[in-house]
Design a protein around this ligand. Structure first.
Ligand SMILES: C[S@@+](CC[C@H](N)C(=O)[O-])C[C@H]1O[C@@H](n2cnc3c(N)ncnc32)[C@H](O)[C@@H]1O
Length: 149
């Protein structure tokens, strides 16, 4: 719903696992008219399964799966502008991952963090107006933040 309603075309996902969320995000990109999704996962067996699921779902052409530690895989070669970031990997490094991507987030970009309560430092940052976000919890332990201009 969030990538569809915001018309997202460029998405970054931290934590692919078997690619369930990746399928939803890529399907939204397809319905938005196309785009690019970079997702990252450090367990090779999960990467294989995720790629197979995306291939079976007919969405692999929209997705680049980067295998390895997100602190490395998202430290270079990011798109110029990012519309949406989904954080769903190791909660302790949400602040570091946000810092890697932050400079590319367009004004109005959405940042969705699952189980954000496990990262108090992250919550403190996105809930501080001085950090350049407006942010609210919703659902079960999800934090939804909007990047300000
Ligand atoms: C909760 S699962 C992701 C679920 C997936 N987003 C979904 O909804 O279908 C978290 C995944 O993040 C991966 N992960 C955790 N820390 C990571 C890191 N530093 N770099 C890359 N992947 C990581 C784990 O191996 C795990 O598969």
């Amino acid at each position: 719903m969030l990538p569809r309603s915001s018309g997202a075309r460029i998405i970054i996902e931290f934590g692919t696992s078997f690619g369930i969320s990746t399928l939803y995000l890529a399907a939204a990109l397809r319905d938005n008219g196309g785009g690019r999704l970079i997702t990252t996962e450090f367990e090779p067996s999960k990467v294989m399964r995720a790629k197979a699921n995306l291939t079976e779902g007919g969405l692999i052409d929209l997705v680049e799966v980067r295998e390895g530690d997100a602190l490395q895989t998202l430290s270079a070669d990011l798109p110029e502008t990012i519309d949406l970031l989904l954080l769903d990997g190791a909660k302790a490094i949400y602040p570091e991952i946000l810092s890697l991507v932050e400079g590319r987030l367009r004004p109005g970009a959405l940042v969705i963090a699952d189980n954000a309560d496990f990262s108090p430092e992250y919550l403190e940052r996105v809930r501080s107006p001085a950090s350049g976000y407006i942010s609210t919890p919703f659902g079960e332990d999800v934090e939804l933040s909007v990047r300000l201009g």
